[in-house]
Design a protein around this ligand. Sequence first.
Ligand SMILES: Cc1cc2nc3c(=O)[nH]c(=O)nc-3n(C[C@H](O)[C@H](O)[C@H](O)COP(=O)(O)OP(=O)(O)OC[C@H]3O[C@@H](n4cnc5c(N)ncnc54)[C@H](O)[C@@H]3O)c2cc1C
Ligand code: SF4
Length: 512
Amino acid sequence: MPRDSRLILVLGDQLDLNSEAFDDFDPKADTIWMAEVAEESTKVWNSKPRIAMFLTAMRHFRETLSGRGWKVIYHEMDAHLTFAAALQATVKQLKPQQLVMVHAGEWSVQQEVEKTAAKLKLPLEVCEDRHFLCTTADFAKHAEGRKQLRMEFFYREMRQKTGVLMEEGKPVGGQWNFDHDNRGSFGKAGPGLRVPPRRFEPDAITQEVIAMVNERFAKHPGTLDDFDWPVTADEARLALDDFIAHRLAEFGQYQDAMWTNEPWLYHSRLSAAMNLKLLDPREVIAAAEKACRDGKAPLAAVEGFIRQILGWREYVRGIYWRHMPDYVERNAMNADQPLPEFYWTGETDMACMRDAITQTLRYGYAHHIQRLMVTGLFALLYGVNPKRVHEWYLAVYVDAVEWVELPNTLGMSQYGDGGVMASKPYVASGKYIQRMSNYCSGCRFDPAQSTGPKACPFTTLYWDYLLQHEPKLKTNQRMSMQVRNLARLDEKQRTAIQKHAKDLRTTYSQAT
Ligand SMILES: Cc1cc2nc3c(=O)[nH]c(=O)nc-3n(C[C@H](O)[C@H](O)[C@H](O)COP(=O)(O)OP(=O)(O)OC[C@H]3O[C@@H](n4cnc5c(N)ncnc54)[C@H](O)[C@@H]3O)c2cc1C
Ligand code: SF4
């Protein structure tokens, strides 16, 4: 008996040849459906690098699937075509008996697909996303009965469950975590000469996408002149090999360090390839483990790197699905400022912000500490509404997909969830940035000053944040030392800091 005909929906971040949705693919009965939905690029003000990344990776994936002899219906960008209208048109034409998809990476997208399927009166089979090492059900089990979730405990469970960096039931090297070895800065000499990361020159498909994005999304932020991301599974593997050979060994030691005009340092640049599912995290973890076994990278670096993927990446996904849909509305610190305009241009007199934002708009990339302790920290101290901050991060990074971006932004960086992701707000003065980078030596401000014409905005706003939120922060044991330091400020200093902070907000908001 012929099988029911199925329409298999593949979303822009589901470019996974190993997808469960393809398991029983029958070329005689099944069709794959993909669509470039303009609304996806405009519902937050997407940067050109992010739009191009998704579209070119999707078009390459279409080629791969068609190369297998599979039928693919692909809707190219059309400003007026919505997701529902595009799907409806295909359903009308092909009359499939069933829709199949892997669970979406964004809560509202999943809702939209389900609603559309219901409207079309078609059964929708939703497959587990086997790209991840922890299912949402397993995460729920981990979370059950725990008052507080902490990444470290989840990570240890994942190590035990997967056997990664384990030896006879114990962590390799006798400890779970080498984080204290992983906080180095470069010192005055800077990062020195390194092999630059492998580039992937745009091929004909990417060039066509770049031209289209430059034309249709001309007013969107960012540029495509330097677009060189891996956009196929083969390229992603080459990028992985390149990282393992040239940067992994130093990754741990310098993972928190920053340097002017040095966007990549020892980072892997693999997040977009993994989030679009071109690259399996198991393969990345196995390659890092092998480098350790082969003596090519020290255990501290390899553990630090694997912790980001087996630990943080899986953990934030668990948090997202456990707390959506209301998570996106959380605002525990009642922050209500708009996002300063310079986030979209990089035009600011703060050297650290200028560097982090400029490279973000140029490459669609900033590394973790730039996101957390420069652009994120500033927004937190300034008091930007966390939803506005979330919209910016979702718009500008090539690796941004809501399941990973939202908990990192609203939770870890803005403390908007009141402590679900992080046990305390990540707040620091400009002195942290001075310690971890060379930014301050090229800046007109002084991180040691909190008032006066040379006062570093981070330092002013740091003290202002502590003053503003003192009653709430006092109740958090992990903040006690920072709050105690407030006692060093006399009344006159407090008033001067608060006035300076107010003036800063007025100056920076005038352009919004
Ligand atoms: C405010 C903020 C927003 C962020 N938004 C995103 C996002 O939209 N997409 C995204 O993939 N990451 C996000 N991150 C996490 C992290 O900054 C990026 O994964 C990392 O910078 C990507 O660069 P890389 O591939 O060179 O990573 P590396 O520094 O080489 O790290 C290796 C891998 O570990 C994983 N990883 C590291 N840190 C995290 C983390 N905190 N959460 C989840 N995975 C992690 C990534 O897959 C990354 O590719 C965000 C962090 C912050 C503070
Ligand atoms: S002085 Fe302040 S604003 Fe300037 S680079 Fe340092 S931390 Fe950033």
